[in-house]
Design a protein around this ligand. Structure first.
Ligand code: GDP
Ligand code: IMO
Ligand code: MG
Length: 420
């Protein structure tokens, strides 16, 4: 069976920590989409690690970690990350497997990302500039290079063809950047990639499942950044939702069992685009400060606001979420009063759904106020220690969403999580 952990908001919900926490219960941890735009933070014996390409189960040495076909892979990032992980005693040659169908990000994808954002000016997406959009465009445009191609004799000529195609587009943008150094690094990293375990993921994973092995699929980004259901065009370029697990790993829908949806106890977004419950005031500042809300990949300050239950109800529906994990609850410890977005006001009308167009049609949240708990929760270990006001907050969310919050994370550490 396959369980899924994914983000229900605009990313950075704490997926890395939660995957690392649950990994011991599984045999295989697999990334199914996204690329180095992701930044998944976890703490290993007190040391902070941020993973961009490698699944967050990598520090559990008896587990197999897979980079699936739905991922876009930057070989340079992969190599650097493998070196960092190896320095912590992990044998990546033994427990990291890469699908031969995984698409490769080449240096000119990153140049294209920059050129495209520059051309958009004020209406830029706020991309991480890791080449994600252009790489997925080459996948759907049927031009991409895949990991399995590395073993073919005409890889270089395929690379040159693609590179030339990109150059024409870069020229049309009037974009000039010398990427020759990046290319040198890229070709070095390809040699490293070739030395890794490259597998046929769909046969491998289905074979393992048929032998009774348990798979945990790790999402990147968040459901509101999904290419189809997010706040388009301010989204990423992959299906971040549970459906992406099937196409991103080659497994059938009937194999998916639990879908763990992660939400912060409040909400953040990095990059441009609609964010109905964003706070442009001192409360937003306070959330950013207390939550250290700065991007794990780009270091940009994250936009902060209260929890948005309209968006969460939508993402629970689209993902078929069976359990919710609420992270960063401790960040609310010092607030006397909390607010929750429970509906939107759009063009003078109250609505309880995520409309087709949030871009250009501003919605104002309708708030519910609740009392804060005002105690330090970071050392609490069990449900009966949690303050009654926190339980009331969680109960309200449970009822609103119709999906139970089963875990509350109360700090970044591996052991800071309470089962409720
Ligand atoms: P991801 O992309 O979903 O894996 O999340 P990020 O790693 O980008 O951002 C989450 C941040 O919150 C990281 O710095 C984590 O260490 C931290 N974090 C995760 N869970 C908690 C929690 O419950 N409390 C606090 N204070 N920090 C947390
Ligand atoms: P994790 O996995 C938060 C955002 C970018 C930008 C938009 C498109 O750590 O939760 P892209 O680089 O994909 O072209 O950027 O999506 N974005 C993320 N925001 N967390 C992420 O990943 C993100 N990955 C992309 O900021 O707004
Ligand atoms: Mg992140």
């Amino acid at each position: 069976m396959v369980d899924v952990i994914l983000g229900l908001q605009w990313g950075d919900e704490g997926k890395g920590k939660i995957v690392d926490y649950f990994a011991p219960k599984y045999d295989i941890i697999a990334r199914f989409q996204g690329g180095p735009n992701a930044g998944h933070t976890l703490y290993v014996n007190g040391t902070k690690m941020v993973l961009h390409q490698i699944p967050s189960g990598i520090f559990h040495q008896d587990k197999i970690n897979i980079i699936g076909n739905g991922v876009v892979l930057d070989p340079v990032t992969l190599k650097k990350e493998c070196d960092a992980v190896a320095a912590m005693g992990v044998d990546v040659k033994k427990n990291l497997f890469i699908s031969e169908r995984t698409n490769i990000i080449i240096p000119s994808h990153r140049a294209l990302d920059k050129a495209s954002e520059l051309a958009k000016g004020e209406s830029k997406i706020g991309s991480t500039l890791k080449g994600i959009g252009p790489a997925y465009m080459d996948k759907t445009g049927r031009n991409a290079l895949r990991v399995g191609d590395l073993l073919s004799k005409n890889f270089i000529s395929k690379y040159i063809t693609l590179r030339m195609k990109h150059q024409k587009i870069l020229d049309s943008f009037n974009f000039n950047e010398d990427i020759s150094e990046m290319e040198t690094e890229f070709f070095e990293a390809l040699e490293f990639l070739k030395s890794m375990n490259i597998i046929n993921c769909e046969y491998f994973i289905n074979d393992q499942i048929s032998k009774g092995k348990k798979v945990l699929a790790e999402g990147a980004q968040g459901s509101m950044l999904d290419i189809d259901f997010g706040t388009f065009p301010f989204v990423t370029s992959s299906n971040t939702i549970s459906a992406g697990v099937c196409t991103g790993l080659g497994i059938a829908p009937k194999l998916i069992n639990e879908v763990f949806g992660i939400t912060k106890a409040y909400c953040t977004r990095v990059g441009s685009g609609p964010f109905p419950t964003e706070l442009h005031n001192e409360v937003g500042e306070e959330l950013r400060k207390l939550g250290s809300e700065f991007g794990a990949t780009t270091g940009r300050p994250r936009r902060c606001g209260w929890i948005d239950l309209v968006a969460l109800k939508y993402t629970c529906m689209i993902n078929g979420v069976t359990q919710i994990i609420m992270t960063k609850a401790d960040i609310l410890d010092t607030f006397k009063e909390l607010e929750l977005g429970i509906a939107y006001e759009m063009e003078g009308k109250e609505i309880d759904y995520v409309p087709f167009q949030l871009v250009g049609t501003p919605v104002a949240p309708i708030w519910k106020k609740m009392q804060g708990w005002n105690v330090d929760t970071t050392k609490m270990k069990s449900e009966n220690e949690l303050p009654a006001t926190m339980k009331t907050y969680i109960d309200f969310i449970n009822k609103f969403l119709g999906v139970p919050v089963k875990y509350v994370s109360n700090g970044p550490g591996r052991d800071q999580i309470v089962h409720v």
